[in-house]
Design a protein around this ligand. Sequence first.
Ligand SMILES: Nc1ncnc2c1ncn2[C@@H]1O[C@H](COP(=O)(O)OP(=O)(O)OP(=O)(O)O)[C@@H](O)[C@H]1O
Length: 353
Amino acid sequence: MQTAIDCQQLSKVFGQGQHAVKALDNVSLGIGKGEFFTLLGPSGCGKTTLLRLIAGFESPTEGRITLDGQDITNLAPNHRPINTVFQSYALFPHLTVAENVAFGLKMLGRAAAEARERAQAMLDLVRLGEFSGRRVSQLSGGQQQRVALARALAPAPKVLLLDEPLSALDLKLRKEMQIELKRLQHETGITFVFVTHDQEEALTMSDRIAVMSAGRVQQLGTPREIYTRPGNRFVAGFIGESNFIPAQITAGYAELPGGGRIAVDPGVPDGPATLAVRPESLALSAAGASVPGAMPATVTNAVYFGTDSHLYARLQDGTRIVLRLPASAKLPDEGAAITIGVAPGAAQVLAAE
Ligand SMILES: Nc1ncnc2c1ncn2[C@@H]1O[C@H](COP(=O)(O)OP(=O)(O)OP(=O)(O)O)[C@@H](O)[C@H]1O
């Protein structure tokens, strides 16, 4: 994969002295050409700051950014072949839909007829071809979002930055627009850099995700890699749900609370560790059952959800565990003794806390 955007050791500090905030701390990452790349993390982790550095609205305190191998670190935003779609859409309410889309093209010095034609083509692309004469104020939120997308795509940028573009939409519209965005990215082949704090949105839409926290990239990988092989406790807890089970590693085996053990990667060093295991990867058995990775436990609560059930239990060392079971599973009573099994491939070994 060819690299479009390359961020090299980027840091950004806002303010000075006592009030200084390090919004980005030595971030290096490459975004591939034509990739749907997502920056995911909780509020304040630095995603928007990274996007604004790529757009050129801020300059880095340290580090550099290249686009197709060219240094753009000090290039003004309007000289970068990069466009941004904001959460607020930032449309002109007194202009028509077509005028909004053509606006940027005219600013770039394109002839009026050419701008009109291009605007119409972009509106067709976002399926708003028939709305070109309407005022923006006469459109729904989802339609306004499409106009903002058409406007951002009109100058054919190499990279489109999207800062939580769907967060103002209700859930149903949001799901529709997720599909729409994927289609647009696919059809245009433009590199998309998408910012969200919604892990499900990131998992379903992205080719690759950079999970961020406290100004750093915690893990970079495909949705599957990040879900099945979280690199640390932050990622395991932020993306989906995880159980954290204390274990002792000895010669390629993890000793579990209650005496059971499972094989782990032979490269894992001896010593204390934490196993991250997804709730759907744990198995329920009767007390005393001899199953792989057996952990004796006591049921604290069981909840039937219709689609599945959640079983809450406590291991012998007090660790709280949640299991996700098929809806057809018979749920044990509160206080019952059970055995929880963990299959060898299902546990990800993390460094002990
Ligand atoms: N212009 C600024 N001046 C001072 N501090 C700032 C400025 N912009 C951002 N910060 C701080 O930098 C940190 C990262 O902010 P940023 O907006 O990048 O986070 P974010 O992950 O996008 O969060 P959110 O999802 O809430 O938008 C925060 O602590 C924020 O308060």
